[in-house]
Design a protein. Structure first.
Ligand SMILES: *[C@@H]1O[C@H](CO)[C@@H](O)[C@H](O)[C@H]1NC(C)=O
Ligand SMILES: *[C@@H]1O[C@H](CO)[C@@H](O)[C@H](O)[C@H]1NC(C)=O
Ligand SMILES: *[C@@H]1O[C@H](CO)[C@@H](O)[C@H](O)[C@H]1NC(C)=O
Ligand SMILES: *[C@@H]1O[C@H](CO)[C@@H](O)[C@H](O)[C@H]1NC(C)=O
Ligand SMILES: *[C@@H]1O[C@H](CO)[C@@H](O)[C@H](O)[C@H]1NC(C)=O
Ligand SMILES: *[C@@H]1O[C@H](CO)[C@@H](O)[C@H](O)[C@H]1NC(C)=O
Length: 330
């Protein structure tokens, strides 16, 4: 066998693959269901024809399993939502040489999380859905296609995530404080969600709180903007992190855990489940309820306004702009 000739042909084949279009590379990969589904939603097909970035391509078997599990591929709105969640524009993610997690924002608006594991790379999507394994990575002329063995499911809304994650005490407290629908309508925020055990541990304190004090406490658990655990790990510590109450938080990575402190906590809360993805929200489950300093003048001054004014300001900002909402309250 002529090895030189073989390697010339191999190199030619490789560079040809690398220079080929997304559609041609996908076709060459022999996974046809994704392309067929994309072709049934013309705007998605158009977007992918000139797409640069990272495409996660579920195998035929993965997509068949999703349909068998009840996904209605004839519902083109739902289909477009799922397909757009597989395409992350911007700097192509090769999957090579990354540590920690990488969060890639998709055309659907929510991120997927890529995690290096001993067997390769896993992609995490909606909370409670199985992680997808990258089974093959292929370059195309605008980036990379990663063939995966599970369909990625866009994150559910925060209420469904709280239910699936058993965050029932948090939800009850939000309801008691009249904040449940407000929180359900938020986007672009990070929620620090105490476990049921964390709420049980402050039951005697909670019994003495006024509704306004409970509101302050709960709003101290919502940070404007998206903060991933990797942001904290990279920064090592973040001081005076703003929340939707006037209280601030100190967040620290101590080498193994992410710890979060509020003024009245004797010891910081530890993140026990990081980066739970909800629709336009990231949730970190914590083992301690964050207790701001309810005696601090700035904390109470904010709530000097009549509580009905405060509530209506809050209900106005559901789903729109947290920045505007905060300026309304403060
Ligand atoms: C993708 O990149 C190519 C080459 O740089 C460019 O011509 C094209 O406009 C880009 N497509 C999009 C949607 O940005
Ligand atoms: C699937 O979606 C299509 C289009 O929205 C709809 O007509 C059909 O009834 C749906 N099928 C099921 C089983 O829900
Ligand atoms: C939620 O609670 C149920 C029942 O206690 C348990 O089976 C399930 O594993 C819990 N789920 C999570 C995500 O903790
Ligand atoms: C999300 O919130 C952060 C912090 O308030 C803000 O800087 C950013 O512009 C917001 N992003 C979007 C898309 O609204
Ligand atoms: C980091 O915090 C966790 C939780 O409080 C603790 O168990 C661990 O020992 C701490 N690690 C270091 C290096 O301080
Ligand atoms: C809480 O605020 C009060 C009033 O400003 C102050 O005296 C006290 O030291 C603060 N406590 C903590 C733990 O920061």
């Amino acid at each position: 066998m002529n090895l030189d000739l073989f390697s010339v042909k191999l190199n030619a084949a490789l560079s040809l693959v690398a220079a080929d279009t997304l559609v041609n590379v996908l076709t060459g990969a022999g996974e046809n269901t994704l392309l067929a589904l994309v072709a049934s939603v013309p705007p998605v097909l158009t977007a992918l024809e000139s797409f640069n970035g990272t495409l996660f391509a579920p195998t035929d078997a993965a997509l068949a399993a999703t349909v068998a599990a009840g996904f209605n591929a004839s519902d083109l709105t739902a289909l477009a939502n799922v397909l757009e969640y597989h395409a992350a524009p911007g700097t192509p993610f090769s999957g090579v040489g990354f540590t920690g997690s990488a969060f890639l924002t998709t055309l659907q608006g929510n991120p997927v999380e890529a995690v290096p594991v001993s067997s390769g790379i896993q992609i995490h999507s909606a909370f409670g859905t199985p992680a997808a394994n990258v089974v093959k990575s292929l370059p195309y002329d605008g980036g990379y296609i990663h063939v995966i063995d599970q369909t990625l499911i866009p994150p559910a809304n925060i209420v469904d995530v709280a239910t699936t994650a058993n965050l029932t005490s948090l939800f009850s407290a939000l309801t008691t404080a009249g904040l449940a629908s407000t929180v359900a309508g938020l986007s672009n925020v990070t929620i620090l969600a105490p476990t049921n055990a964390a709420f049980a541990a402050i039951a005697s304190v909670a019994a003495t709180l006024t509704v306004d004090q409970l509101k302050i406490i709960l709003l101290t658990h919502v940070v404007p903007g998206i903060v991933y655990s990797t942001d904290v790990i990279t920064a090592k510590s973040l001081s005076n992190v703003a929340t939707l109450s006037s209280a601030t938080l100190d967040i620290e990575f101590n080498g193994t855990n992410v710890l979060i402190s509020a003024a009245d906590n004797k010891s910081p809360a530890t993140v026990v489940a990081a980066d739970v993805l909800a629709d336009k929200i990231v949730v970190h489950v914590i083992d301690t309820v964050l207790l701001p300093n309810l005696s601090a003048p700035t904390t109470t001054a904010v709530y000097a306004a009549p509580s009905n004014v405060y509530s209506s300001a809050l209900s106005m900002f559901g789903g729109i702009s947290v920045a505007a909402a905060v300026s309304l309250i403060l």
